[in-house]
Design a protein around this ligand. Structure first.
Ligand code: ATP
Length: 306
């Protein structure tokens, strides 16, 4: 039975579009507002479930309206929630200011109670983690919790994926717990100290990630697709053209969810990277993050056409 288990954070994305950011002490009128589900871990779980694989999401929620939004999002996508609810803090939220003319954004993320996920929370879920085909995490929750979860997954023979986002310095030994590390270009630069703009540079950075302990590295390269490196060989998987690009936010999450689902189904790593790229290339043609994740039928149709 294929099963993906994701550890991570849910936040409610609150996006304010205005001509400019307000100055300190000033109030201005905005042009538009949008509220939607976000958080890297939650988005990745939604992507894996939409791709048709049994998916469980480990996190913490508060007892508030945004917690209801999280539960509704996972129910719609078919994600099983492995969460605890807490009264002493709130469900995370992100303030996203979008500059109307350029579309550029500035973001404040408050992870709330999910920012307090502990190694103890993870140990309480060790059976679930150990029963997975693939375990995935990111770096929005505390590093010690992610580390403990990777240790439990590894000791149970579960395939592990670390999406090292947002970029952070990793504790010693963490990459050694990863079958796959999946940074984007910026995160690969932060981890390796190497510039990553060309395919050759991505290959060198991937080799360094392997020298640092990961079994394999997948560097996502935006519209250029992704570079997979393992066993001394690099393979470039181009992005797909699934239509006009509408919004690239969440592309990395779509990639990771699709990649995890494909590995859980038993695809070989390069085919799984291709599946992840197809998932992400469809998501960028749609608005939003979680609502943009495609179904397995849509992904299969794109792969069949390519
Ligand atoms: P974000 O932080 O915006 O969620 P990211 O920086 O983590 O994204 P990217 O490397 O930008 O991740 O993109 C992930 C994957 O999405 C790429 O490997 C590619 O397959 C797909 N993708 C991204 N941008 C495009 C695009 N313009 N057209 C087609 N596919 C794309």
């Amino acid at each position: 039975m294929s099963k993906v288990v994701v550890l991570g954070v849910f936040v409610a994305d609150t996006a304010y579009r205005a001509a400019r950011a307000p100055r300190m002490g000033e109030t201005i009128m905005g042009e538009n507002f949008a509220l939607g589900p976000g958080g890297k871990g939650s988005n990745q779980a939604v992507a894996a479930a939409r791709a048709g694989v049994e998916t469980h999401f480990i996190s913490r929620l508060g007892r508030d309206t945004f917690a209801d939004m999280a539960l509704q999002t996972w129910k719609q996508a078919g994600v099983t929630a492995a969460i605890t609810k807490h009264d002493d803090s709130y469900t995370g939220a992100a303030y996203i200011f979008v500059e109307a003319q350029t579309g550029d954004n500035a973001i404040i993320v408050c992870p709330g109670v999910a920012g307090q996920i502990s190694p103890g929370d993870i140990e309480a879920r060790s059976d679930l983690i150990g029963s997975a085909s693939v375990f995935v995490t990111q770096l929005e929750q505390p590093l010690d919790a992610a580390y403990r979860a990777l240790e439990i997954a590894r000791s149970s023979g579960v395939q592990t994926i670390l999406n090292p986002a947002p970029a952070a310095k990793l504790p010693n030994g963490m990459l050694g717990l990863c079958d796959y590390v999946t940074p984007n270009e910026t995160e690969a630069e932060a981890l390796t100290g190497l510039a990553v703009t060309t395919l050759e540079e991505a290959s060198l950075a991937a080799q360094k990630l392997i020298a640092m302990g990961a079994k394999a590295a997948v560097i996502t390269l935006g519209e250029k697709g992704a570079l997979y490196h393992a066993g001394g060989q690099s393979v470039h998987v181009p992005a797909f053209n699934a239509g006009p690009v509408k919004e690239t936010t969440g592309a990395g999450d779509a990639f990771n969810g699709g990649f995890a689902a494909a590995l859980a189904r038993g695809l070989d790593p390069v085919s799984a990277v291709r599946y992840g790229c197809a998932t992400a290339s469809i998501s960028v043609t749609r608005a939003g993050t979680a609502p943009a994740m495609p179904s397995s039928a849509e992904i299969d149709a794109l792969l069949a056409k390519a």
